[in-house]
Each structure stands twice: as structure tokens, then as C-alpha cells.
Design a protein. Structure first.
Length: 518
């Protein structure tokens, strides 16, 4: 009965989309016919101009009627066969059999925290096609086999409950609405009115269909409990959330920092390094904090999934009789799911290179990557002062010219030419001056640090837990801040200490570099 109601609902929403689209086309054509007759009698604009404008107005509507759904796409990853990864495929087959649905025909591994199953189809889902499963290698790097079973059971459980039979109808409706709303987003006049009408219908469709999607997620969670057990299901939800945050931070601070510079780290070391990152004390403390104080999730009528804590509460509230016999369909071992992979490092490298644009980036060692990005950031931070110096001195200027200007008593002029940072806000003159002085001082600090690295008195390295860090020669760190302060002092500006630190001469005692936070 529930499936029949969901089917009727999906068909009604799709029919409403077609009705609304055809109705809008009919209104446009009717208005055109009336205007053509009126203007022909009165000698107004040419009918060709009228119908040409209307054709442009109708184009997004026609595209929305015939837009392709694209559910036969392939992931940006590596497809692995049962011969290449027999243990992983066996796990997938066992879970599919326990859930009561056929296993996927294809298994793709991607460099994201992702788990999904989709099925290509024709005629709005009436003719099913190949079923594809996508698994993120970062998931396998952090989950146990029992937690992986829970994730697999959840995704395959959608097919066992026939939830996905309606996916084609819903996806077709959303694709058409997205096409039309996007095309009319910047339109004016009548086109703006059409866009607003379709946007309201889209919001209504989302609120209705997403409520059904949330119920389906709860049902799939029950399937994961039945297959892997309640403890594994709860742990998997928490671990997936933590792994998603960990991989995001790892990408932002390490593996992806050189993307805009056209650089990337060694592909085969990206996955092993992520596993080492998960084992660092820095991340373990963060993961424990997330467990004790879970991040708050925004709740909306348009959410396709209930909040994780709500899903966990529903799982923990299952009757004991239902939960105590669970987890026996598949062996719920506590070994790492990473052990299911063969030649995992090489596989991780292939998966990393399958990301769009990865092959176009130049591969460099981790420390070289840290140095390139670190120096680029220091130069960007110091650029406002370089521009200011060029404007004040009326010639292309570097750090040496800036220090000469400071010695000549022109620091105040350099500060005056520093551009405002961030959004334009109205502040008092003293406050504006204070902000400019701080910006100029920070820029001088960054340019001086960059110079130290260029002269071999500082080195960038990539720390597994913290990302890129700058290490200065022993003894430089405690002297550097006061040297900058002395150089920018309004009353007694003195660059001699800073110049000495920037000198090419080696220090008398060369010790191990001291890490300097960046």
C-alpha cells in the first residue's frame, strides 16, 4: 500500500510538471496570436519579431520537457572486477544476499567519502538497467568490516524495499524543474514570472518527495541493523560523519592545497597518508570531541536524509527482540575494511588520478608541495605592501626597497597607500588607520618570512597531522616578531635587527629547525 501511494505521488508530481509546462507554452502562444492580430491591424511590429522573442521565451520550457536525466553516468573513479578485488566483491555479494536483492553489476571506487548504488533505466524507470555501486576508499580506510556491512546493507536496502523504483520519476521531475528554473533565473518581465511560478512548484515537489525520501532512509537503517547489528549501524553512522570531516580537512590542508597552482602530491601516497592522518593525536582528539559533542545539523523540509543523531536515536529505540538477533546474516568482524583491498596503495593512486583534472596537475613530493603553496600564500599576503611601495616610490619595489623606505621615514606613506581589505565598511578615521597599520605590518611579516625561506634560513614541510608548517633556523623564531615590531614602530623605526636576520650569513650554531606555526 505504501509503495502504491508513493508511486501515485511521484506520478502526480511529474504530471503536474508537464501540465504546468504545457500550460505556460499555451499561454505564450495564445498571447502571441492575439498580439499578432492586433499589431497587423494597427501596423505595429513585424510578426517575425514577436514570434522570435516568444521562441526565446519558450526555449527553456521545451528543454525542460525533453531534458535527459543522465542516470546512466559513470563515476569519476576506478571500476574494479571480482578478479581484481575478490574479497571486497565477496563482501558485497554476501550483504546483497542477506538483504534480499541482487548485487550490483559494477563496483566503482572513488576518492571521496561516499557510498551509493544507482541503476540505469529507460522509459522513466520502467525498464531497469545495470546496477552500479560506488564506494569511497576513504571509507574503507576508516571503517571496520562490520561497519562496512552496515553501509552496504543500507544502500542495497533501498532496492530490497523497492524505494528506487520511483527514483527515475522523481529524478525526471527534478531535472526538468532545475533546467527551467536555472534558465529563467535572471529573466525580467514575463520570463521572471514564469521562473517564479516554476520555483514555487519545485519547492513544493521537494518538500513532498523529500519527506518520502527521509522515510526510506529510516527503513534502510533498519535493514542495516538486521544485517550488521545495532552497534555496528550506530558506529557506522558516526564514523562516516567523522571520516567525511577528516577527509575534508585532509584535502583542504594537505592533498588538495596545490590544486590551483597545478600541483598534486604523489598519487600512490595519498590514501596511505590519509590513514596516517587518521591515526595522529591531532585528529583523534577531534574525533573524540565530535563523538561527545556532535556537530549540529541544519534541519529543512528539503532534506533528503533525517539528521544523523535522529537516525541513531531511532536505531537505539528498536525493540530488543528485533535488535538482539541482528548482525548474524553477515560475519560482523572488527577488522579494518582496508584489509579487504588488494594492492591498496596502487589502487588508491589510480583512484586519485581518476578525479577530473588530476592528470593535468604536476606531481611533486609532499615537502615541495608545502613549499610551493606556502611561498605563494606569503607572497599573496605581502602583495598589498608591494603595491603600496610601488605607488609611493614610483618604481617596481621589493622587500629591500621597502626597508630602505622605512629607514627614510616613509613608513607612514606606505601605510596610507595600503588598500582596504575585505568588504567596504564605514569606520572612524583612527580605526581605519589602525586597520591599515595592522595590514601593512602583517604584509611585512609575510614578505620577510618568504625572504628567509629563499635565503635558506627557513624550510617548509608537510606534517601528517597539521599540514604545511614552516621551520626556521634555531634561534630565529623568538627574535623575528620583535624585529618586525621594531621596524614598524611609529616613533623609532629601526630595520637593522630585521636586516641582520635576513642576512645571508649562516648562524654560528646550526641546530635542528624549530617548527613555526603558520
Amino acid at each position: 500500500m505504501r509503495t502504491s501511494l508513493r508511486t501515485a505521488q511521484a506520478l502526480a508530481l511529474l504530471l503536474g510538471f508537464y501540465t504546468l509546462t504545457v500550460g505556460a507554452l499555451a499561454v505564450i502562444v495564445t498571447v502571441n496570436v492575439v498580439l499578432t492580430q492586433v499589431w497587423l491591424r494597427s501596423g505595429g511590429p513585424s510578426p517575425l519579431q514577436i514570434w522570435g522573442f516568444s521562441a526565446l521565451l519558450c526555449y527553456p520550457l521545451v528543454r525542460g520537457l525533453f531534458v535527459a536525466r543522465g542516470n546512466r553516468r559513470c563515476p569519476d573513479g576506478v571500476r574494479v572486477s571480482a578478479e581484481e578485488q575478490p574479497e571486497l566483491w565477496q563482501r558485497v555479494h554476501r550483504v546483497a544476499g542477506a538483504v534480499g536483492t541482487r548485487p550490483p553489476a559494477e563496483l566503482w571506487l572513488v576518492d571521496e567519502v561516499e557510498a551509493a548504488v544507482w541503476q540505469s533505466s529507460w522509459l522513466l524507470g520502467l525498464i531497469p538497467g545495470r546496477r552500479r555501486m560506488v564506494l569511497g576508499l576513504p571509507l574503507l580506510a576508516g571503517l571496520t568490516t562490520a561497519e562496512l556491512d552496515s553501509v552496504l546493507a543500507h544502500e542495497l536496502g533501498h532496492y530490497a524495499h523497492f524505494d528506487t523504483r520511483l527514483a527515475a520519476l522523481t529524478a525526471r521531475n527534478r531535472a526538468g524543474l532545475r533546467q527551467i528554473v536555472a534558465r529563467y533565473g535572471d529573466a525580467q518581465g514575463f520570463g521572471h514570472g514564469i521562473g517564479r511560478g516554476f520555483a514555487r512548484y519545485a519547492r513544493m515537489c521537494l518538500s513532498v518527495s523529500q519527506a518520502s525520501s527521509r522515510a526510506q532512509e529510516v527503513a534502510a537503517d533498519r535493514a542495516s541493523v538486521r544485517i550488521a547489528g545495532r552497534a555496528a549501524a550506530v558506529s557506522a553512522l558516526r564514523q562516516v560523519r567523522a571520516l567525511d570531516a577528516a577527509h575534508g580537512r585532509y584535502t583542504e590542508q594537505q592533498s588538495g592545497i596545490g590544486w590551483t597552482l597545478g600541483l598534486r602530491p604523489p598519487a600512490e601516497d595519498m590514501l596511505p597518508r590519509f590513514r596516517r592522518f587518521l591515526g595522529t593525536e591531532t585528529w583523534r582528539r577531534e574525533a573524540e570531541r565530535m563523538l561527545v559533542d556532535p556537530p549540529r545539523e541544519k534541519v529543512s523540509l528539503y532534506d533528503s536524509h533525517p539528521p544523523i543523531e535522529e537516525r541513531i536515536a531511532l536505531i537505539e529505540a528498536l525493540p530488543e527482540a528485533e535488535a538482539e538477533n541482528a548482525g548474524r546474516a553477515v560475519d560482523g568482524a572488527t577488522a579494518s575494511a582496508y584489509g579487504l583491498l588488494r594492492e591498496a596503495d596502487a589502487l588508491g593512486g589510480r583512484t586519485a588520478l581518476a578525479r577530473p583534472g588530476a592528470g593535468e596537475r604536476r606531481e611533486v613530493p609532499w615537502d615541495v608541495l608545502a613549499a610551493a603553496v606556502g611561498q605563494a600564500e606569503l607572497f599573496s599576503e605581502g602583495e598589498p605592501l608591494l603595491r603600496s611601495a610601488s605607488a609611493v616610490l614610483r618604481r617596481r619595489s621589493g622587500l629591500d626597497e621597502i626597508l630602505d623606505a622605512v629607514d627614510a621615514g616613509r613608513w607612514s606613506e606606505l601605510v596610507d597607500w595600503i588598500p582596504h581589505q575585505g568588504s567596504v565598511i564605514v569606520v572612524s578615521a583612527p580605526a581605519s588607520r589602525t586597520m591599515k597599520v595592522a595590514a601593512a605590518s602583517d604584509a611585512l611579516y609575510s614578505l620577510s618570512l618568504s625572504s628567509l625561506v629563499e635565503r635558506g634560513r627557513g624550510r617548509w614541510r608537510m606534517d601528517v597531522g597539521r599540514g604545511k608548517v614552516l621551520a626556521l633556523d634555531a634561534g630565529l623564531d623568538p627574535l623575528f616578531g620583535p624585529a618586525i615590531d621594531a621596524a614598524v614602530d611609529a616613533g623609532t623605526a629601526d630595520t637593522s635587527i630585521l636586516r641582520q636576520l635576513l642576512a645571508d650569513a649562516e648562524p654560528e650554531v646550526r641546530a635542528e629547525p624549530e617548527p613555526m606555526p603558520n
